[in-house]
Design a protein around this ligand. Structure first.
Ligand SMILES: [Mg+2]
Length: 307
């Protein structure tokens, strides 16, 4: 069924996705604070507010600002926005710091992105962690979601796996948002199959997304053992795991984030990715959506986005 999705509706979906992403990031990062135990969250006890968001949210806010501004990703403008808005204490990885510094000091983004990791380009999870709102915005076309995700990734991640990670997350968010518009929860198998179709079959991300589909219904520790949990901070080690969680808990945001925390690894990033996809389907302040008390505990988003 084809339909027209007006700009306001697109932005509402993208904003819900960003809310889910930022709350997941901020809550996930709490478990890197000494003394915080995942068992507390699993028992229903929340860490004390405020929960500060990290690089995942800061970059996702720049992505959303692009969509607000022009309804698409302009790579030159996005690269500069990433570079100029990066606050160093937000937990950027060393590779990202280098690329953003090069862009900030005048190196064209294609050169900066290609120079990372001895000319291989970054296959880190940074392009995936910020992209879910792009998918929600293009809920009517997984083809456009994939193309715009690729554009948003390329400015920092030149490696095919880094790009595939972003495409996978955006397509998952597009299918989730489409399911919300249709009032029809995509089954976990359908969601993962839809993502796999959009990916370059030569990538490890594709192989692991296919593997994630085989692991639906399996216990979390087994899934982490096969797919990873982001501990290696690569797209390969992060994205398929997050898609397994999002597909499994698409209608239950708190359960999805608890699964990320229970799994350990790069929890702010896995919870950001999962939160961005699940909130595109489940919403904010709705049954199964982002809980309002969780949202209230999250540090406010940057003023340059909200003012
Ligand atoms: Mg982070």
């Amino acid at each position: 069924m084809s339909f027209t999705l007006f700009a306001d509706a697109r932005l509402a979906l993208a904003r819900d996705s960003l809310t889910g992403l930022s709350v997941g990031d901020a809550l996930g990062s709490q478990f890197f604070v000494p003394g915080r135990q995942p068992a507390d969250l699993l028992a229903g006890r929340l860490p004390p507010a405020p929960w500060e968001w990290t690089d995942d949210t800061e970059m996702a806010c720049s992505v959303l600002a692009e969509l607000v501004e022009s309804g698409r990703i302009d790579r030159d403008r996005l690269a500069l926005a990433f570079a100029e808005r990066a606050e160093p204490y937000r937990g950027y990885g060393p590779g990202a710091v280098t690329i953003l510094r090069l862009i900030r000091t005048g190196t064209p983004w294609p050169v900066a992105a290609a120079s990372a990791f001895d000319g291989q380009g970054s296959c880190g999870n940074g392009a995936a962690m910020r992209v879910a709102p792009v998918g929600a915005y293009f809920a009517d076309s997984t083809t456009r979601a994939a193309a715009q995700a690729r554009a948003s990734a390329e400015v920092t991640h030149a490696h095919p796996e880094g790009i595939a990670g972003a495409v996978a997350v955006a397509v998952a968010a597009a299918l989730a948002a489409r399911g919300r518009l249709d009032g029809d929860r995509p089954t976990a198998h359908r969601l993962l199959a839809g993502v796999a179709t959009a990916l370059d079959p030569a990538t490890e991300v594709h192989r692991r997304v296919r593997r994630a589909a085989d692991l639906l219904g399996h216990p979390l520790p087994r899934v982490v053992g096969v797919l990873g949990n982001g501990a290696r901070v690569t797209a390969q080690d992060t994205v398929a795991f997050t898609l397994w969680v999002a597909a499994t808990y698409l209608e239950d945001y708190p359960a999805a984030i608890r699964a990320c925390v229970a799994a350990g690894g790069d929890v702010d990033t896995t919870a950001a990715i999962v939160g961005g996809i699940v909130a595109a389907f489940a919403g904010v302040g709705t049954p199964g959506g982002v809980p309002t008390d969780w949202l209230a505990a999250r540090e406010p988003l940057p003023e340059w986005l909200t003012s």
